[in-house]
Write a protein that binds this ligand. Structure first.
Ligand SMILES: [Zn+2]
Length: 178
């Protein structure tokens, strides 16, 4: 019985990982200004964090930067993205470290031409986390809600062997435990 249960969990986690951004349009692709989505899939040895938000929440614009001031904003955001664990703090005793983020955002990666008038751009990324004690991964603190006033709500989904949890966080409630 236990084995069947574990197989089921593994397949759920595998599915979550594979479809992380490309196919989970319902929950992760919602483009609502002021809102962002975070998904955390915890496996036995590692975890994957997937994040999605309208760029407007961070930059105040969603197209390619038009001048130096806007370019600076993009640069700053890219710098902050180097350690996503400063945005989303995880249980300290889990001792997680973030690998390189897989960024999917044409505006930020410079793949969107300035003359391309695409109205709504997103900031999306996946990042793998290596945790020394993944079993201690029981909580998160969404510090980005206090760092970026443009994000009013963060919808969080956590998937782990114990089940699935969802919570909407905001600046006055940045903690989630499971
Ligand atoms: Zn938009």
């Amino acid at each position: 019985m236990k084995k069947i249960f574990l197989t089921l969990i593994v397949s759920i986690l595998g599915l979550t990982h594979v479809t992380s951004f490309a196919q989970q349009k319902s929950s992760l692709h919602a483009h609502v200004h002021g809102q962002a989505q975070l998904q955390l899939a915890i496996d036995q040895s590692q975890a994957v964090m997937s994040f999605s938000s309208p760029l407007d929440n961070f930059l105040g614009f969603e197209r390619a930067p038009k001048d130096e001031a806007e370019q600076d904003k993009v640069k700053q955001l890219l710098q902050q993205l180097q350690n996503p664990l400063l945005w989303i703090e995880l249980s300290p005793t889990a001792q997680c470290q973030a690998g390189q983020i897989e960024l999917d955002s044409p505006v930020l990666t410079g793949k969107q031409k300035s003359n391309e008038e695409k109205k709504h751009g997103d900031l999306r990324f996946d990042v793998e986390l290596q945790c020394k004690n993944p079993q201690h991964l029981r909580s998160l603190k969404a510090k980005l809600l206090q760092q970026y006033k443009g994000i009013h709500r963060l919808k969080v989904e956590v998937v782990h062997a114990g089940g699935q949890h969802a919570k909407t966080l905001h600046a006055d409630e940045i903690n989630m435990t499971w």
